[in-house]
Design a protein around this ligand. Sequence first.
Ligand code: GDP
Length: 472
Amino acid sequence: NEVATMMDVPVTKIISACMSLGMMVTMNQRLDAETLAIVAEEFGYKTEFVTADIEESIEEVQDKPEDLKSRAPIVTVMGHVDHGKTSLLDYIRKENVIAGESGGITQHIGAYGVQLDNGQKIAFLDTPGHEAFTAMRARGAQVTDIAIIVAAADDDIMPQTKEAISHAQAAGVPIVFAINKIDKPHANPEKIKEGLAQMNLLVEDWGGKIQSHDISAKVGTGVKELLEKVLLEAELLELKANPNKPAVGTVVEAYLDKGRGYVSTVLVQAGTLRVGDYLLAGKNSGKVKAMHDERGHDIEEAGPSTPVSVLGLDGAPQAGDKFNVFADEREAKQIATKRTQLQREQDVRTTKTLTLAEIGRRIALGTFKELNIILKGDVDGSVEALTDSFQKLSTEEIQVNILHKGVGAITESDVLLATASDAIIIGFNVRPVGNARTIADREEVDIRTYSIIYDAINDLKDAMEGMLSPEV
Ligand code: GDP
């Protein structure tokens, strides 16, 4: 509509111009730069983009090498369920008390900092598991510097152990293995190391380069040494950040507190965040009214690699959202509003029900092919991570649509939806229940179940390649 007004042509003509490009659009829809250029040309206009994209108005200060100071590593703990991730995080939380402080960490804010006897610090993300890690990464947030992967010595290398390894590797994050539960009588750490070797992951004892330490998260054996190895790994990474600039970082978690309003835990990645700063975090903004650390203490400023709980945002941003500091509140607010608007438009565009309009859309698209998916998973984190990965597989020729997604087993109604919409069903750590399988067989609906995210993604990729039109 805006373009139509600018060029003084009826909006219907713009819509049909878009249709001829294979795009079904509504009049309130935003066009990408390329489409704008082509459409404008069709009406004899040349496009020139004068106002920078809203996101580009967020200035990133370029650091000079001498401005960079070393910073603490940010660590995520991953591994198979029940192998001891939470126990390890709890043990570290309880045992590590900042020098000169009495009392340990009293509050869960989603991340916490610890300081070892030698004064070196480590920041931990307090949400264990690779789902959280990948969900954040899916939002473009690479926060973790090092992954501790916990593997119980009284068990085998399990699917989620492997998955955690793949996730860390895919993110290019170095791994330190924590072979846990060595206090147990049947613990056999060598078996785990052997298993890792079979996966081409040679730990130090086995002549490799990957660090690993035998621990008991319950009793505390080896935890200190494990953390020393994490610091050694961090040294190799030469982690640095400029503390003397407006803060930038990532949201770790956020919620609404009845008494205090929105509370957001952020991890400062560079610069220094101060009380009184104007903050933009995802689609929210506000002035930092107060900050406190994981010990509940008020703090005035937070430098690189410091997790801090912030009061003052006008909503709860999502985990993985980036934050920036602005010189004035209005600008932060404007960008937040713009982002909300864009999201709303996006939502309108991606909501698809199987209506006549949808069928018409497919006909109009002609050669355009679509792969419809119904996605069910055991936990929200994996469903979100898969949704994001699947959507990223969309190409110019094939659009991947997640028609339905949810947590829980594959049910009859999923199969019915698939039948009605030529969709395939993908189950992650869930199976069909009741009559779902029988109906699926009858209706020839494809149900695929996985327990490893990467297998699901790879299979889908292959399927899409099979669907590609032959090269002319
Ligand atoms: P998570 O699912 O990976 O977070 O695992 P948890 O930390 O919840 O641990 C699962 C179970 O293993 C709990 O009952 C813990 O008490 C137990 N556990 C964790 N670490 C150890 C350990 O080092 N030794 C023993 N004996 N038990 C442990």
